[in-house]
Design a protein around this ligand. Structure first.
Ligand code: ZN
Length: 127
């Protein structure tokens, strides 16, 4: 448990610095993001960090029109599953892309959101 907490913290520290990082299982080669405690494929705990390019395409998305209170001022906004170049998918918030332009297959680039210890995953336009 302690190991996975450290891994998750390292994941968000790197994300805050603009580096999206996956972990690769040293036993079977499975790639995972964000870090998990055990490999879902072989149940080993032999993760090694893998820096990602941070680019991918939108695989699916949802437009949030009624947001939790902390994000109420931001609504409406889009949350998307982004399939990264490396083949893993991660959930993130779409920023700086008009909602009517958000579409499955749209190329996006990772962007850290938030400040201090509240880093979250965002994706903005490629260009
Ligand atoms: Zn494995």
């Amino acid at each position: 448990m302690t190991e996975s907490l450290i891994t998750a913290r390292a994941f968000f520290e790197r994300a805050r610095a603009g580096q999206l990082t996956a972990v690769r299982c040293g036993s079977c080669g499975e790639l995972a993001i964000p870090p998990k405690e055990l490999c879902p494929a072989c149940h080993a705990r032999a993760w090694q960090p893998v820096p990602l390019v941070g680019e991918g395409t939108i695989a699916s998305f949802t437009v949030i029109r009624v947001a939790p209170r902390a994000h109420a001022a931001d609504a409406p906004y889009a949350i998307a599953v982004v399939k990264l170049q490396e083949g893993v998918s991660i959930l993130g918030r779409i920023v700086d892309i008009p909602l009517d332009k958000v579409a499955v297959g749209l190329p996006v680039r990772f962007r850290p959101l938030g400040a201090q210890d509240q880093t979250s995953i965002g994706f903005g336009p490629l260009g």
